[in-house]
Design a protein around this ligand. Sequence first.
Ligand code: TYD
Length: 195
Amino acid sequence: MRSGGLIALEGIDGSGTTTHSKILYERISGMGVKAFLTHEPTDGPVGRIIRDILSGKLKVGHDVLALLFAADRLLHVHEIYDVMRNCFVITDRYLFSSIAYQGLFLPESWVRSINSRAPLPDLTILLDVDVDTAMSRIKNRGKREIFEEREKLERIRERFLRLKDEFNMFVVDSGRPVEVVADEIWDIFRRWAGI
Ligand code: TYD
């Protein structure tokens, strides 16, 4: 039985990473097991700069944005590294978001190399959803960010799916109702953790 580790939920915008990270966190904690919920971009100083770029308030090149994501991630890792030894740390997005998103605009090998000091997650769940469903969810949220365009999301979705075998990701069809998806994630977690 495991008592800790890093669990990453990944997927395109509108795939439900925030919703399902929260539900998984609540279910684990509800069993009296130690869990910690976190996200990227973080709420730290670099994460705040990233948010301004995503909203279009600040303009920088894709290379600078990729470096900021990588720096934000390393600061994040320093924060959670000790915690994940005896606690399930659930992160809403992590390393594979950089490979999928920033790798669309930059050489993927470079994106991988600037992120090479970030440890691989112990469990990755890829929430896969078709872009029509994702776009309609994004529209209902109101605020828009720079990656939220159909054609970009199509290509980012393909990039995530391409990574699934190399990194042993569990792919969950996230186009279904929230409770159905949450139950499947819960089953994956329990089997993996041996709980
Ligand atoms: P998102 O989870 O959508 O934040 P919010 O729900 O607050 O809008 O993440 C923000 C965006 O950042 C999303 O479009 C994915 C993108 N992103 C990257 O491009 N690279 C990364 O490494 C990470 C972590 C996120």
